[in-house]
Design a protein around this ligand. Structure first.
Ligand code: NAD
Length: 257
């Protein structure tokens, strides 16, 4: 068991990467706190974990609200006595997010509030709990668009993920001597609700697939396996890293036929 006796808080756990990580972390011995704004999905995640014999509680938390961020960390310590792993994974991608000229301030502010401020607030309230546990692992979900400019303009989303990456590096350095490791997980395009509802026609999906060397979208399960490595002591010498799990996108400048 790779996370035996560890307590993990996962945001955005009602679906996609967060749900698959809750299932995998619990199967590897962790007690999991699943946080989300989607109560039906979050409760379903908790039931799925329990059905496979794992420990999981669901907490309603909007990561962009300080009081919710504090409450989700409190819930982890109350339910399981400590916090060892903080997975700041919740994120949104709004359909109206476009280039700088067309994107409204409202879309910019909503996106930055969840994707960037949400990670800040998770750390603000989660790091003191990790300190109380004697150290731990923080995983922040960024994206390949934090490294490469995307062909489809999404100025707010791209800026938010660039911020997550920069913040991850600084957090890693600042907290390194406290035995708190901080790494970014940067997925490529995935077959999850977030992207599939954005690429909502076959044509749009095909256009995105052209850029992926392995020729397919990634699966949330594949991100959960990468997150498991970052969460566990197997990555004990890794901090401040950008773990790109992207089907080769950022390695290529020409995609094979
Ligand atoms: P998803 O839509 O399946 O999951 C995102 C979850 O976040 C949902 O359950 C949603 O309810 C939750 N959420 C949204 N706003 C929230 C808030 N304010 N507070 C708490 N929870 C909130 O998508 P996913 O693909 O699993 O995305 C997870 C992360 O991966 C996101 O940060 C996303 O930006 C990132 N990512 C996804 C892709 C992709 O192609 N799907 C690529 C790169 C990065």
């Amino acid at each position: 068991m790779r996370l035996k006796d560890k307590v993990a808080l996962i945001t955005g756990a009602a679906s996609g990467i967060g749900r698959e990580s809750a299932l995998l972390f619990a199967a590897e011995g962790a007690s999991v706190v699943a946080a989300d704004v989607n109560d039906a999905g979050g409760k379903e995640t908790a039931s799925m974990v329990q059905a496979q014999g794992g420990k999981c509680v669901y907490v309603h938390a909007d990561v962009s609200r300080a009081a919710d961020a504090k409450a989700m960390v409190d819930a982890a310590e109350r339910a399981f006595g400590r916090l060892d792993v903080l997975f700041n994974n919740a994120g949104i991608m709004l359909g109206e997010d476009d280039d700088a000229v067309s994107t409204s301030e409202d879309v910019w502010e909503k996106t930055l509030a969840v994707n960037l401020k949400g990670v800040f607030l998770g750390c603000k309230h989660g790091i003191p709990a990790l300190r109380r546990a004697g150290g731990g692992s923080v995983i922040n979900t960024a994206s390949f668009v934090a490294t490469l400019g995307a062909a489809t303009p999404q100025i707010a989303y791209t800026a938010s993920k660039g911020g997550v990456l920069a913040m991850t590096r600084e957090l890693a350095i600042v907290h390194a001597r406290e035995k708190i490791r901080v790494n970014a997980l940067s997925p490529g395009p995935l077959r999850t609700d977030l992207l599939m509802s954005y690429l909502n026609t076959e044509e749009k999906r095909r256009r995105r697939l052209v850029h992926i060397p392995v020729g397919r979208f990634g699966e949330a399960k594949e991100m959960a396996r990468a997150a498991l490595f970052l969460a566990s002591d197997e990555s004990s010498y890794l901090t401040g890293a950008n773990f790109l799990v992207d089907g080769g996108i950022t390695a290529a400048y020409v995609t094979p036929e």
